[in-house]
Structures are given as C-alpha cells and as structure tokens.
Design a protein around this ligand. Structure first.
Ligand SMILES: Cc1cc2nc3c(=O)[nH]c(=O)nc-3n(C[C@H](O)[C@H](O)[C@H](O)COP(=O)(O)OP(=O)(O)OC[C@H]3O[C@@H](n4cnc5c(N)ncnc54)[C@H](O)[C@@H]3O)c2cc1C
Length: 435
C-alpha cells in the first residue's frame, strides 16, 4: 500500500529543529496512496516539505510526506483560461518554471520556492506580490480534499465552500489537499525595483504605510538585519511609475526565481542551532507598534543580533476575498506581515528565553487585531484562540468529527484548542454548513 523507508532520520525534525521524533513509518508520494492512508483510521501526520517550525510535522507515528517536486511536475494540467491544476506535492519553483515556459506566472510567490504547494496553502502563503494581490490562498480556484474515510471532494467558493474556507490556512486539520487549481497571470520577465534604506524601524513603518496608501506598487518587501533596514518597491515592466530616476533603481529579470536554492528543511543534526521563526499579520495602521514590539525588549534585542532577520510584506486583499478560518487574514483590507527569524543555540535556557519573547509578540499581535501565521513558533492559549477564531474553533471540531478525521494531525495545538462538539453526535456525516 505504501513505501516503507529504510531510514527515517530525514524526517526526524522540521525546519525549526526544536522538536524531534522518529516516525514509525514514512509514506511518501508518489508511491503512497493518500486515500487509503487517510481512510485506514490509523493516526497519521501530514507533511509537505517540513518548513514549519514548531513540530507541526514531527511525529513518532505514521507520516505521510506529499512533497515530491519532480514527479508532481509531470501531473500539472493546463485547464485553459489561465487555470492550472497542480498536485499539492509540487514545489513552487517547479510550478513557476513550468508556467514561465508557457508564458504564465503565479501572481504571488513566497521568497523561498522549494516548499510544497499544499503545505504553503495550508498555512497561507504571502510574498512580494501580496501588496497587490493578497495571499497565495487568494489565488486558489479550487482544491481537492481527502477526508478521514478516504473520500475526496472538490471544494471552491461555491462548492463545499465551508471546507474551502477551513482547508486553506487550516494546517491539514480538515483533510489532505491533494490537488489545487491555481489562477495565473501573463508572465512579465522584468520588474522595475526601487530600493530605499531606512534609519530606524519607525521610518520603515512610515515607508510601509506610505506604499500601502499610494497603492500602485506591484511588489514590496522590507528587511532588517545586522543594523541595516531597507525596503524594495517594484513595478512590473522596465519603466516603473516614472518617479524612480535615482541610482537605487534596477530592473530585475525573473525576480521570483532569483536566489531560491533548494535548502533542506529536514537534514538537521541535534546540536544545530534552532530556527525560531514566526510571522504576524496586523492591520497596516498598527504597523509601527508591531515593528516596535519585534525589535524586542531593550535588554534582549532581537533586531541587531546578526542571527536575527526581520522581513515585512504588505498584504492587500480584495474586498470579496474569502474570510479563511485560520489563515493569517483579518477584516482589514490592507495588512502588514512581519516575520521575525531567529537562530539560537539549542540549549534549553536560550530556547526558553527566546520562546518567551515570541509568546509576548504573539500576545501583542492579538492585541493589535492581528493574526499569527500558524507555521511558526508561539502557542496560542484558549482565550486568544477564541478571540481570533471565534465560533470557527468549535466548528473545526464538528467538521473533523463528521469528516472522520480524528486520527489526522491530532497533535496540532489548533486541534487541541478546537471546541467540544455540541448538539451533534461525532459520527454524524459531514454536511455543508451544518450548525
Ligand atoms: C526558509 C523559509 C522561507 C519561507 N518563506 C515564506 C514566504 O516567503 N512566504 C510565506 O508565506 N511563507 C514562508 N515560509 C513559511 C512557509 O509557508 C511554511 O513553512 C509552510 O508550512 C511551508 O510549506 P511546507 O510544505 O514546508 O509545509 P509543512 O511544514 O510540511 O506543513 C505545514 C502544515 O500543513 C500541513 N500540510 C502539509 N501538506 C499538506 C497538504 N497537502 N494538505 C493538507 N495539509 C498539509 C502539515 O500537516 C502542517 O500542519 C517560509 C518558511 C521557511 C522555512
């Protein structure tokens, strides 16, 4: 039924490297049969390329690894009208390369392309293009989702719309995304880029607010590392908007493909530094206080430490974007995504102290009306989760019960936090929108 691996060490940890366990069995696509595995009723953890950082894909039980970038490419189908059907185990790099050869491109890509399509869409997916076109989940036309008895159904804004809303950004809690239909756009190879340095994080916040207000950029990102703070604003094509006439301007060719190398998320040794990464998405008007918070406490600054990187994106979603249940989205039309990427020594004291800083950042994000990106570190408590997700938490428990998914991704904090089932027997079959 599935391929048993000789060595499991490759999947003992994730990109974070903090949590370790050896899976009892590793099933890998394309040899494995996902429907049979999900339908078996045996406990199962789902994994794409393992770039999450808090043990989401680490297990001592059975693991299903969907990431299969080489074989997945052979299964991409052109559906016409700019729509492409892509296996969830494909990498963004493979998909973009495939599309570019056919004159098409993905509207929003992450900055690292060697991650699985299904895993990224299970957390959200943001990139430089988010300033114009929202998240990667906003570019999804439909998904094929496998439930806990191995049945698969197509879900979209109009078909099983509730499952669509829960699955994208849902960490695999409502089933395995097996295939995805993505919207694409015409491929423009050139991007006119304008780079600006900023003396302080407050100045960066002003830049972000100004770019968000102007609203004409096609791409935007900002970074801070080793005392330097800079942002890059871009426009598709060679020209730019006509205001970039200084030496800080360049024209990049195939920008998304630049600098994305297939680093391995899972070949980490026990004594390697731990990657403590997290991203927070807050309404753009709260950009300044969130940036001030990520600078860290005065006595233990996070920024300024050369091993820590700050990364910021602007996210503008269309007014009719789907209000995904757990993705890092909120009601604000324009948000800022702020990532803080720390690399710390693996001793328990340092990890615990850094973890405390991240817990405080998570609290601050919630106070500011934002949402965390659930691939990262930092655990929500029940009251914060209720404030963020409201009735969707209870509904998640109901959906998991009716889709017979209690054996899948059970270890996730989101599953633990999801409410107890009220008024329905756990065995009731899944019905769209049932209360
Ligand atoms: C170096 C690096 C760069 C990054 N850059 C960006 C960026 O620019 N923009 C951005 O938005 N994010 C970025 N991220 C975060 C990234 O989106 C998440 O780590 C994401 O989880 C990566 O996908 P994955 O395949 O590794 O998922 P995994 O870590 O394997 O899985 C994530 C979650 O999704 C579930 N899952 C995996 N596959 C499926 C599936 N097919 N169906 C259902 N559930 C599934 C897993 O059970 C798990 O809960 C980056 C992370 C790293 C480490």
């Amino acid at each position: 039924m599935s391929s048993r691996e000789d060595s499991h060490s490759e999947f003992d940890t994730d990109f974070g490297g903090r949590y370790r366990a050896t899976p009892s069995i590793v099933h890998r696509l394309p040899a494995a049969f996902p429907s049979a595995l999900l339908g078996s009723g045996r406990p199962l953890t789902l994994r794409g390329s393992g770039h999450s950082c808090a043990g989401q894909t680490v297990t001592d039980g059975e693991l299903l690894v969907t990431y299969s970038p080489d074989t997945a490419i052979e299964q991409i189908r052109d559906l016409g009208e700019g729509l492409f059907e892509v296996p969830a185990g494909a990498s963004w790099h493979g998909v973009e390369q495939y599309l570019n050869r056919r004159g098409r491109a993905l509207p929003v890509l992450p900055n690292h392309l060697h991650m699985s399509v299904g895993g990224t869409l299970s957390v959200g997916g943001a990139g430089a293009g988010s300033v114009r076109l929202g998240l990667q989940v906003d570019q999804v036309e439909r998904i094929q989702l496998i439930d806990g008895i191995g049945a698969s159904r197509w879900c979209s804004r109009t078909e099983h719309a509730e499952l669509f809303r829960f699955a994208l950004g849902g960490l695999g809690t409502v089933g395995l995304i097996e295939r995805v239909v993505l919207r694409t756009m015409a491929h423009e190879r050139r991007t006119h880029l304008h780079r600006a340095e900023h003396p302080t994080l407050a100045a960066l916040a002003a830049d972000i607010e100004q770019v968000a207000r102007t609203g004409d950029a096609d791409c935007y990102w900002a970074m801070a590392q080793s005392g330097r703070i800079w942002s890059v604003t871009g426009w598709w094509g060679a020209q730019g908007p006509g205001r970039c006439d200084d030496t800080d301007c360049t024209v990049a060719i195939d920008l998304p493909m630049q600098g994305s190398h297939p680093g391995k998320a899972d070949s980490r040794r026990p004594n390697d530094p731990v990657n403590m990464w997290a991203d927070y998405v807050v309404p753009v008007e709260h950009c300044a206080p969130m940036l001030a918070a990520v600078a860290g406490p005065r006595d233990r600054p996070l920024i300024g430490n050369s091993a820590t990187v700050l990364y910021a994106l602007i996210i503008r979603r269309s007014p009719d974007a789907v209000p995904f249940a757990f993705a890092p989205v909120g009601p604000a039309p324009v948000s800022v995504g702020i990532g803080i990427y720390a690399r710390v020594e693996p001793d328990p004291k340092t990890v615990a102290e850094t973890g405390e800083i991240f817990e405080n950042l998570l609290r601050r994000c919630v106070e500011l009306g934002g949402r965390p990106y659930l691939y990262g570190v930092g655990e929500l408590d029940h009251s914060d989760a209720l404030r963020l997700y409201g009735g969707d938490l209870d509904r998640l428990a109901e959906l998991r019960a009716s889709l017979r998914l209690e054996h899948v991704n059970t270890h996730l904090p989101l599953v633990r936090l999801s409410g107890r089932i009220r008024g329905r027997a756990p065995g009731d079959a899944y019905q769209e929108g049932a209360p």
